[in-house]
Write a protein that binds this ligand. Sequence first.
Ligand SMILES: Nc1nc2c(ncn2[C@@H]2O[C@H](COP(=O)(O)OP(=O)(O)OP(=O)(O)O)[C@@H](O)[C@H]2O)c(=O)[nH]1
Ligand SMILES: [Mg+2]
Length: 281
Amino acid sequence: MKSKLLKVSLVGRTNAGKSTLINQIVGEKISIQNKKINTTQEAIIGVKNVKEVQFLFYDTPGSNFLKILNTQSKKLKKNLWNGIDESDLILYLIDASSFNISFLFSQLKKLNETKKKIIIVFNKTDLILNKKLLPIISNLKDQFKIESFFTISAKKNIGIAELLFFLNKFSYPSKWLYSNDEITNKDEKFFLSELLRETMLTFLHKEIPYNLVINTSAFKILKNSDIKIKQNITIKEQRYKKIILGKKGAMIKKIREECQKKIKKIYKKKIHLYLELLVND
Ligand SMILES: Nc1nc2c(ncn2[C@@H]2O[C@H](COP(=O)(O)OP(=O)(O)OP(=O)(O)O)[C@@H](O)[C@H]2O)c(=O)[nH]1
Ligand SMILES: [Mg+2]
């Protein structure tokens, strides 16, 4: 059988469910998910092989930052557009339970300018009645060139098989870019750092999780098959230290325990997690 390829970028407002969808398609958690804004910061690729076709899905940072520019959003914007540029086709995800029409129109106008094929995917349809979407679909059809519309629930795994089946027809003869057993472009240490960031997003408020750098400095499988992991968190401002540590270290303890639990669930081994907080001001 001749091998085929298709590169698909997942684009959409923060919280639309792009990372949840990529994890569901790949069948393993490769990209962190959270209800806070801009969870995904780098373009993460998820690989899914179906018979002769290799699909590469580019999880991109939420596209709220198409217009606003500050240092952090500049980086997000660059990662978003890199993902779009590299892809053959755009899947534009919409949170069907909560969206803003004028925002949607302005984003689609911009994406239409790329001349890439666009498929619109309404996600979170477990939360609404599909027929509520009919008027908006016909409106979008009138205004933009869209290949097709899908309604899915990334969380409940509804409608995803149909979506993959449809994507098949856009694939083209090419060598596969990843080997059979690879599921992502990122390594284990990146993923472990992301798990810690996801945990910190859950427990800390506002800007803190966006202003730190996490590095996994050690990953070691011990003789008894336990895993020892060391991670350091670097903050730019001294004032964050107290908040991250919490009263008598209660906050960092909670973060460590929760993150250790998440890692254990994935590796199914006893985990010894060590965290270090560094200030680089
Ligand atoms: N009810 C429901 N919730 C969902 C569904 N898909 C995603 N979510 C939730 O929506 C929130 C955001 O999901 P993410 O996958 O992190 O969204 P994202 O688009 O990657 O967000 P950014 O990385 O910030 O751009 C999470 O709390 C998910 O659990 C769905 O189909 N139904
Ligand atoms: Mg994401």
